[in-house]
Design a protein. Sequence first.
Length: 259
Amino acid sequence: MGIFDEEVQLWNYYRVTLQFRDKLMGGVPKDPNIIEGWLRAKAGITNTEEVRQATARTLIELGYDVKPGMTYEEMVEASKEVAGAKMTNGFKADPLLGLYIEGRQVKAAIKESVNIHYAGDRWGRTKKGPKSYAAERTFVLEDRIALGMPEPSGVELFVGHVSGAGGERSTLTYFEYAQRPTITFHLMESKVVLDKDQPGSLTREQWATIFVSMQEQGIGALRSQGHGRFDVTAFDKIAASEAPKMSEITERAFAELIG
């Protein structure tokens, strides 16, 4: 805790539970060559050394045997020893939690839903767009949200179709999936009153709208195919003392691990 945490009651806390209706699909590529492009596109990482470190960290989270100081080429060779890695997207895993999705995925889904239903409105004293307002004032406490299982339920083949200079062609990609997992995470939301007309926190009705929309939009990979949809089974306001502490896994620990 910070030294001011007990002096300023800045946050509302919620405990949220989601029950997935069918398959939650893993979307993290397991081939280092694909991971590199994925990191550049999704995370905006362009520096060569940052890409190497981020690739190493992702491989560690996927369960690869990555040694400190490994070059990119050595990481590629190490990954070849894992059967089925080529053209497979999957989940990250933690030795204690098992498979997990990242908190950022839930926050991205919240921002998407807010934008769907409230785009064009202006919230707060500075009249921000709702998506930016939610991004700055709503946080998922968990970096890693456990799926409650040590390994995927199975692997599904997805056939895609792309067009290019050589004409149309089909692509084959395997996706690991978790069958009907239940996840629980915690939201932290600013409750500071911004002006007399707009309180800092969202109303119960607004949260209901956001999550009912999220239920059908889904979370994870292959959402366009109907995967990752869920039902909200709990949304409980809790005391600050009931909220979990921030992740114990720090960037410094990762830096020591990957050299």
